[in-house]
Design a protein around this ligand. Structure first.
Ligand SMILES: NC(=[NH2+])NCCC[C@H](N)C(=O)O
Length: 348
């Protein structure tokens, strides 16, 4: 949905004038981290996504691309579970580091792409983004809601719990977990929309309903179509005010036939076009400020082909979130030319 209104037009004109000769800057940051779940391999996500040609693809889109490389995370010898929560100190420390890095990158004016790693990393990514852009909204594309609290989690894995750390409304449901004293909730449940859900735990369902969170399951996408889903998403998040978007994209939102190399695949996911349309629409808002691409696990692909297919899909998702279209060699034949670079100003 295109954004309209005289105010936004004026703001965009001013921004365009001030940035006329400067290509928009995209930064890529890898977070090779896997302790939010039990399966090894997801820490290689940043490498396989880069190997699939991410940087070249983004450079071809007329951005000035800054690859910040990978963060390095400390290995903690002593990290006993707390309640049933696994590796709390490692996950807490990794996210603290990621949060500062994301905050710095956004503060420096980059649109940021964070490559995971498992989805627990969204705690750091979204909170670092929110430090710079307190009025941000979140679009969470995933088979799972990742909103378990330590009490509702069936697995104890923190990659199934990141949203619970963010939401102000869940503050009194969250115990003090070692490693997370730095993490304060910052997001209101009305500023979050889920797309692609199809594996939601009973406790999560309760939370979604109690808080009245806007979500679209795969069944909703079947019924409404992805175009309507995106319209309602933008109405919900942007109608009152235009603000920066944080897109947190778990590759397992796609059907496992397209993205087999991931830790918790669930049948009946997004088609290629649904996933790409969704990201094209996000790009067309001109408001994408940070995105996460998580849960690509090359060790879990049945063979090299499966790994390459998953990684190359991840590249397509990032590129299309940043404006690549496939309908013509010089861009979409019908897309409205997207406006770039207004999110940093809107953060202020
Ligand atoms: N980011 C993910 N792949 N999350 C999967 C979570 C699965 C399950 N709901 C759990 O809490 O453990």
């Amino acid at each position: 949905m295109a954004l309209r209104g005289p105010f936004l037009r004026l703001l965009r004109t001013q921004i365009r004038q001030s940035q006329q000769n400067r290509a928009q800057s995209v930064a890529v940051l890898g977070a090779p981290f896997s302790k939010g779940q039990k399966r090894g391999g997801v820490e290689h996500g940043p490498k396989v996504i880069r190997d699939a040609g991410l940087i070249e693809r983004l450079s071809g889109l007329d951005y000035s691309v800054h690859d910040f490389g990978d963060l390095s995370f400390q290995h903690l010898e002593q990290d006993e579970p707390y309640m049933d929560v696994k590796s709390p100190r490692s996950v807490g420390a990794a996210n603290k580091k990621l949060s500062s890095a994301v905050s710095r990158a956004v503060g420096a004016g980059h649109t940021l792409v964070m490559l995971g790693g498992d989805h627990s990393l969204a705690i750091g990514s979204v909170s670092g983004h929110a430090q710079q852009c307190p009025d941000l909204c979140v679009i969470w594309v995933d088979a799972h809601a990742d909103i378990n609290t330590p009490m509702t989690s069936p697995s104890g894995n923190l990659h199934g719990q990141p949203v619970a750390f963010m939401l102000k409304e869940l503050q009194d449901k969250m115990p003090e977990i070692p490693g997370f004293s730095w993490a304060k909730p910052f997001l209101s449940s009305r500023d979050l929309v889920y797309i692609g859900l199809r594996d939601v735990d009973p406790g999560e369902h309760q939370i979604l309903k109690n808080l009245g969170i806007q979500y679209f399951t795969m069944r909703d996408i079947d019924r409404l179509g992805i175009q309507r889903v995106m319209e309602v998403t933008f109405d919900h998040l942007l109608a009152r005010k235009q603000r920066p978007i944080h897109l947190s994209f778990d590759i397992d939102a796609f059907d496992p036939s397209l993205a087999p190399a991931t830790g918790t695949p669930v049948n009946g996911g997004l088609t290629y076009r649904e996933g790409i349309y969704l990201t094209e629409e996000i790009h067309n808002t001109g408001l994408l400020s940070v995105m996460d691409l998580v849960e690509v696990n090359p060790i879990l692909g049945a063979n090299q082909e499966a790994v390459e297919a998953t990684a190359s899909l991840a590249v397509d998702v990032v590129a299309s979130s940043l404006g690549q279209t496939r309908e013509g060699s010089h861009g979409s034949i019908d897309a409205i030319p997207a406006e770039k670079s207004d999110t940093e100003q809107l953060c202020l």
